[in-house]
Design a protein around this ligand. Structure first.
Ligand code: URA
Length: 302
């Protein structure tokens, strides 16, 4: 089935596998708000060629360089590399030394937690991430901690900060629609983020903030021990797996996630972030195919 889906997707023939016209998780009010006339045209005419060469899932099999970021030292090495790339000066390098200590502290606290309730408590008590000072709530998780599917997003937004629940705003509504399309509700999933506090103005989390929260995320994965991890968007992807490929190449593919803190590997897939889909309606078509691939995986493995 996944081979068929891939073939149809690669050849942009996916309309052929619908039983009835599909709106690709369309949330009408949102669409009106978000789409421009050009995008509306694409929604009304899903058969229009919408993909650029860059967006098209690759037809030639490229070799994917995938690796789990599995230890603090590795996360710090990556952080140092990113800092260098960003031409950080000597002053910032000394800041990253103190980040090293904060990350170690986070790792110590995370490893002490022997269950999800203790981990939540550890995150809520942790003061090492500056984002917490500006946040209303710590946003830890939602859903069912016995779920076989763990979703990991980027960071809380405004609604999430106010309510303390991940994906409870507009992008959360679309995320719910995406999973509803394959008959899954929130109480059948477990949802968290790579960052537990809202970055001001919904900016992207910095590499330092991601590195500081990462030990808690690693422990979170270890304690939930799902059968399938779904990374939501490029930030979650680059935080959890070390890949030089863009999300457009990684999405929709099952990878083996095998960091050294897991006793056995977990299947992992990346999907487009619903916020991105709200801005790029034409990509909902691909996102819908990704959901079908997940459904197929569940039918075969759960
Ligand atoms: N976007 C995310 O990545 N996570 C949330 O919790 C909300 C929006």
């Amino acid at each position: 089935m996944s081979d068929i889906i891939k073939f149809l997707s690669d050849n942009n023939l996916n309309e052929a596998i619908k039983d009835q016209p599909c709106n690709y998780f369309l949330i009408k009010d949102q669409e009106k708000k978000e789409s421009n006339p050009k995008q509306e045209n694409k929604i009304l005419n899903p058969d229009l060629p919408v993909k650029t060469a860059q967006e098209q899932p690759s037809q030639t099999k490229s070799h994917l360089q995938i690796k789990a970021i599995s230890s603090t030292s590795e996360a710090l090495q990556l952080l140092a590399k990113k800092s260098q790339e960003n031409n950080m000066d000597n002053q910032n390098q000394s800041i990253s030394l103190s980040i090293n200590d904060i990350v170690k502290k986070a790792q110590e606290l995370a490893n002490k937690a022997s269950n999800i309730a203790e981990l939540r408590q550890a995150v809520e008590n942790f003061d090492g991430c500056n984002l917490k000072k500006m946040a209303t709530n710590t946003v830890f998780s939602d859903g069912n901690h016995n779920s076989k599917i763990m979703l990991i997003g980027e960071a809380p937004g405004n609604n999430e900060d106010l309510q303390g629940i991940p994906f409870c705003g507009d992008s959360g509504k679309l995320l719910d629609e995406m999973f509803k399309a394959i008959n899954l509700t929130r109480d059948q999933l477990y949802i968290t983020n790579t960052i537990f506090w809202r970055p001001p103005g919904n900016r992207k989390p910095t590499p330092e903030e991601l590195a500081i929260c990462k030990p808690f995320v690693d422990r979170h994965i270890q304690l939930i021990n799902p059968k399938l991890i779904i990374l939501i968007g490029a930030t979650a992807m680059s935080t959890i797996i070390d890949s030089s490929e863009p999300i457009s190449k990684i999405r929709g593919k099952f990878l083996d996630f095998a960091p050294n803190y897991l006793s056995q590997k977990i299947k992992l897939m990346t999907i487009f972030h619903p916020s991105y889909l709200m801005r790029q309606s034409n990509k909902k078509k691909i996102a819908w195919l990704d959901m079908l691939i997940i459904q197929d995986f569940m039918a075969k493995n759960f």
